[in-house]
Ligand binder design. Structure first.
Ligand SMILES: Cc1cc2nc3c(=O)[nH]c(=O)nc-3n(C[C@H](O)[C@H](O)[C@H](O)COP(=O)(O)OP(=O)(O)OC[C@H]3O[C@@H](n4cnc5c(N)ncnc54)[C@H](O)[C@@H]3O)c2cc1C
Ligand code: FES
Length: 269
């Protein structure tokens, strides 16, 4: 982890309240894993005082973040220009475990004669850490299915990015204006009825808390490993302030240091 003064290479509105920023941060680009995040000092003044956490959206020599303007810091960020500088601390957190690394196919797949498969589920701006994850899974030739959910058609993010790397991409909107109608958890149920079961499945999910919980329950019924990325409110981002406690079956953990990615079966929801 390093605190870096990074140059903004671009900062563009992609739609509505969503922006993508590219930062010149080669150290973070070299060392970051999917699911890790950076703490950005958004303001040059003391107000807002605290840095804000943002997932590493993509890595390409530089790093990209995808963010939604929801309050003061993100508003300030949206007004930054190419050539401006920001202090960013990272990479932080544990990131997703690409299970197929730590449990090679002899233990997970081949032994049971099952092929590995990833199902990525994104809700709203929860897509942010999952595009980088999909790219890394593609490099490992893991069959990947992506489900993206949003309130309405205009708020669906990163569909094209996922189509470049995933085998199948499905979309749902709450109002039915694009893709399947209803929550992405409903789409997950539907997809599970049609996809083949001859796979050793790991589910990776990021989005609103209610959605995470629903997906975790479905995974538990199916006995799928489910890794959830939590977007708890954070202050320091490095395990010092104890402001991001998450209750788990093995005691309290810190979202910033022990997470933000947790095995859903460990969480006390
Ligand atoms: C590990 C991690 C990764 C994140 N990655 C991204 C990302 O890639 N893109 C992105 O757009 N956002 C991400 N977030 C959320 C982002 O940090 C907040 O939106 C941001 O801090 C808001 O700052 P603000 O000053 O603009 O808003 P504030 O004035 O602080 O808050 C405005 C509103 O947003 C709500 N809010 C603030 N923080 C959070 C949060 N963590 N979760 C849910 N609601 C919140 C507040 O309750 C309030 O209603 C991430 C959060 C975490 C913990
Ligand atoms: S944000 Fe300070 S301990 Fe996690």
């Amino acid at each position: 982890m390093k605190d870096i003064r990074a140059k903004i290479l671009s900062n563009k509105k992609i739609r509505h309240t969503y922006y993508k920023m590219v930062l010149d941060a080669p150290y973070i680009a070299r060392t970051a894993k999917p699911g890790q995040f950076v703490q950005i000092k958004c303001s040059d003044s003391l107000e807002p005082f605290l840095r804000r956490p943002f997932s590493i959206h993509r890595v390409n020599g530089n790093i990209e973040i995808l963010y939604e303007t929801v309050g003061k810091s993100t508003e300030i960020l949206s007004r930054k220009k190419e050539g401006d500088f920001l202090y960013i601390l990272g990479p932080l957190g544990n990131g997703f475990s690409l299970t197929y690394d730590s449990h090679p196919s002899e233990t997970r797949g081949s032994k049971l004669n099952l092929e590995p498969r990833a199902i990525i589920i994104a809700g709203g701006v929860g897509v942010a850490p999952l595009v980088y994850l999909a790219e890394e899974l593609a490099k490992k030739h893991i069959k990947t299915i992506v489900l993206i959910g949003a309130k309405t058609k205009d708020l669906i993010l990163c569909e094209k990015d996922f189509k470049k790397t995933a085998h199948e991409v499905y979309v749902s909107t709450d109002d039915g204006t694009y893709g399947s109608q209803g929550f992405v958890s409903k789409l997950f149920h539907k997809i599970l009825k049609t996809v083949e079961s001859r796979f050793d499945t790991v589910v990776y999910v990021c989005g609103p808390q209610g959605m995470l919980r629903c997906i975790a329950e479905i995974c538990q019924e199916r006995n799928f490993e489910c890794q959830v990325s939590l977007e708890e409110k954070m202050a320091c981002g490095i395990g010092v302030c104890l402001g991001c406690v998450v209750k788990t079956k093995t005691g309290n953990k810190l979202a910033c240091k022990d997470g933000p990615v947790f095995d859903s079966s460990e969480l006390l929801w």
